[in-house]
Design a protein around this ligand. Structure first.
Ligand code: SAH
Ligand code: MG
Length: 198
């Protein structure tokens, strides 16, 4: 297993696949154990690195992960097989904004790690699949240090992307339904839990 994880890290580096940073996956694995997370939904599988590690963090964890890129999806399937995680990980090959998930499954944890400009859309769509006590964690909120500095970015595409991440942060801060904490871990993450008003 350890060797296979290393192989995936090397593959990611060689092929420019933006897998989660080590400190971030460590945070996620700890979170899963401490909060007795069982059902996880991941938006953005890439090659399956984070899905496999999350699934391996505890015996009774099930992961559904969504990927729209065919090459990465195929690589993800291959890695899930190699790591003998086929029973714990379900890989869905589709754009997450088009997926129709079964409404029967409610997730303890949703990990948003896909197209950074779509974070609000993912959040709005998938919050309905989150348990009342569930958590939504989003990756790359610093976006390599650009977030908070969008005004000084010259490249149009990058500026637009970073502005959207800044908008997502504001959206989380002002969200009446969720309480969000931001952590300076890896490339920056948010942890959003539903407010329990009684
Ligand atoms: N979670 C992975 C890394 C994901 S990288 C890990 O840490 O190991 C982000 C991935 O999201 C890319 O592979 C990209 O193809 C995918 N993606 C982006 N937008 C998507 C969408 N709308 N639906 C499904 N996948 C998407
Ligand atoms: Mg990421």
């Amino acid at each position: 297993m350890k060797e296979k994880i290393l192989e995936m890290e090397n593959y990611a580096q060689e092929n420019n696949v933006p897998i989660v940073e080590k400190k971030t996956i460590a945070f996620l694995m700890k979170y899963i154990k401490e909060h007795n997370v069982k059902n996880i939904l991941e938006i953005g599988s890439a090659i399956g690195y984070s899905a496999i590690l999350m699934a391996s963090s505890k015996e009774d964890v099930m992961v559904t992960t969504i990927e729209r890129d065919e090459t990465r999806y195929m690589e993800c399937l291959k890695n899930v097989k190699k790591c003998e995680m086929d029973k714990k990980i379900n890989v869905v090959f589709q754009d997450a904004l088009d997926v129709n998930l079964s409404e029967e499954i409610q997730y303890d944890l949703i990990f948003i790690d896909a197209a950074k400009a779509q974070n609000i859309k993912f959040f709005e769509k998938y919050k309905y699949f989150l348990k009342d006590t569930g958590t939504i964690i989003t990756d790359n909120l610093k976006f390599h240090g650009y977030v908070g500095k969008s005004k000084n970015i010259e490249s149009k595409n990058l500026k637009s992307l970073v502005t959207k991440i800044e908008d997502y942060i504001t959206y989380l801060q002002e969200n009446p339904e969720f309480e969000t904490k931001f952590y300076d871990i890896g490339d920056g993450i948010s942890v959003s839990v539903r407010k329990n008003e009684k």
